[in-house]
Write a protein that binds this ligand. Structure first.
Ligand code: SAM
Ligand code: DTB
Ligand code: SF4
Length: 328
């Protein structure tokens, strides 16, 4: 079984997988999925933007950057009780993971950070997997988050090292990798993925997957986002992402990182139920539910319930142990 879990993938091998005729690719990924995951289960996560807008970074896709003009209102950090109320609601709507996002370049050791630690405590006490995405952080900050009860930290590579400079100028790929290392050292699980539809090539996507699957440990979750093109950002007129490319990304990620939760993330609103079903076939086993992602709309709870019923999918329980490569 262990030959499936590798950290020495070459670009050529990944390219061959990614470019496999799509039905054969889905079959291969579905086979790997069946071996390492419970195929009838999909993790249900809820996002909340706890500090919206005013971010000094210049990510070209983002509604929350001060460099873009999306019209998103700058808000200060939400009150702890309000956040906990949202988490309670997410839990009663069936969510098992709660992800809090702040539009910060990096974490600072200030009162806001102390309040985030308090939020983590509260959400963790509800029995939810707590995830945060707060920008760059040091190892000691990551340790404080871990001690507060943080289960996962989201920090995306977004695209390939080669294309990164076209999308973000205010930090480097190396900065991202350093934060991921700090998270890992603190014993927090890693959530790291990217976006398709930024204008990148197939080679860029392959290159991003190459970085992810050759990290010393595979991220426990890999979100694949389809660009939500936001008016007022430099990418507002990008062509919609190709659903077949989404399927290829998910299937390739599943084959490269069999034990990882692969999340069909932003962009589901632009996809039909049948298209999403193809992504689940290809190995996606996590989604964000609830009316909003961070600043943009998401399918409604009713639509997602209908999809789960139709496809016979069940929500995955929190803190579930991984399967170790058995055929079912
Ligand atoms: N500021 C933190 C950071 O950059 O790590 C956290 C928040 S950031 C919004 C989290 C991730 O959401 C980004 O890295 C990006 O992959 C994804 N994202 C943001 N805006 C998006 C968009 N318009 N379409 C698709 N994905 C997006
Ligand atoms: C991730 O990979 N996607 C989520 C989460 N991690 C933080 C964010 C998607 C944001 C989509 C655009 C928005 O709502 O602003
Ligand atoms: Fe800031 Fe994160 Fe948006 Fe980049 S993606 S502008 S770091 S909030």
């Amino acid at each position: 079984m262990t030959e499936d879990i590798r950290h020495d993938w070459t670009i050529d091998e990944i390219s061959e997988i990614y470019h496999t005729p799509v039905l054969e690719l889905v079959y291969r990924a579905a086979t790997m999925h069946r071996k390492y995951q419970d195929t009838g289960e999909v993790q249900v996560c809820t996002l909340l933007s706890i500090k919206t807008g005013g971010c000094p970074e210049d990510c070209a896709y983002c509604s929350q950057s001060v460099h873009n003009h999306s019209g998103v209102k700058v808000e200060s950090l939400m009150k702890t009780e309000e956040v906990l109320e949202k988490a309670r609601r997410a839990k009663s709507a069936g969510s098992t993971r709660f992800c809090m996002g702040a539009a910060w370049r990096e974490v600072r050791d200030n009162r806001d950070f102390d309040r985030v630690l308090e939020m983590i405590h509260g959400v963790n006490d509800m029995g939810l997997e707590v995830c945060c995405t707060l920008g760059m952080l040091t190892e000691s900050q990551a340790k404080k988050l871990q001690e507060a009860g943080l289960y996962a930290y989201n920090h995306n590579l977004d695209t390939s090292p080669e294309y990164y400079g076209e999308i973000i100028h205010t930090r480097t790929y190396e900065d991202r990798l350093q934060t991921l290392e700090n998270v890992r050292k603190a014993g927090v699980t890693v959530c790291c993925g990217g976006i398709i539809g930024l204008g990148e090539t197939h080679e860029d996507r392959i290159s991003m997957l190459h970085v992810l699957c050759n990290l010393p440990e595979h991220p426990e979750s890999v979100p694949i986002n389809g660009l939500v093109a936001i008016a007022g950002t430099p990418l507002e007129n990008n062509a919609p992402f190709d659903v077949w490319d989404m399927v290829r990304m998910i299937a390739t990620a599943r084959i490269l990182m069999p034990k990882t939760m692969v999340r069909l993330s932003a962009g589901r609103r632009e996809m039909s139920m049948a298209e999403q079903a193809l992504c689940f076939m290809a190995g996606a086993n996590s989604i964000f539910t609830g009316e909003k992602l961070l600043t943009t709309p998401n399918p409604s709870l009713e639509e997602d319930q209908e999809m789960f019923d139709l496809l016979g999918l069940k929500p995955r329980e929190s803190f579930k142990e991984e399967k170790h490569g058995t055929y079912i």
